[in-house]
Design a protein around this ligand. Sequence first.
Ligand code: ATP
Ligand code: MG
Length: 171
Amino acid sequence: MRAFFIGRFQPYHLGHHEVLREIFSEVDEVVIGIGSAQESHTVENPFTAGERIMMVDRAVGEIKNPGQKVYIVPLEDVYRNSLWVSHVVSMTPYFDVIYSNNPLVIRLFREAGFEVRRTRMFNRMEYHGTEIRRRMISGERWEDLVPEPVVDVIEEIDGVRRIREIANTDF
Ligand code: ATP
Ligand code: MG
């Protein structure tokens, strides 16, 4: 059985990690979509699709068995919700079931006839991309909210300096 899970992963954090841990306990293979793949270098979307692939690829090594397979697929926005599921399907390996907690994602896949399974939320106050980016900009501690391999990737790309610089206004 192959599952699909999508996020923007700006950055990949422990909430995503716990959801995927549960998914890997239920299925053999997971297709992970990197949403808004065209976006980078903004406060909302600081990291490129390639950088997010690195985060996801290294982190899932902690939660899947060696026999389980993961496909990581960058997916650009299409700005037309009625075409979005076809777009995703055209870019990904075949999957049997989708996991999501996002009402629009759930609605669109159900309308297209897919089996959708709801995911739980884990410590949403802290395991939340917006909160992690806020902490990076304000110089607070964010490293405990993401898997260790993600800290490594963000250090390698000097990601905190990037988001702080782009958060500054013209002077
Ligand atoms: P942002 O604030 O940038 O939107 P986010 O934490 O919501 O960040 P996304 O990449 O938008 O991260 O999330 C992808 C999917 O992961 C969403 O459907 C979301 O519901 C789910 N998710 C996000 N945080 C958690 C969490 N703490 N526990 C469980 N699921 C989560
Ligand atoms: Mg979100």
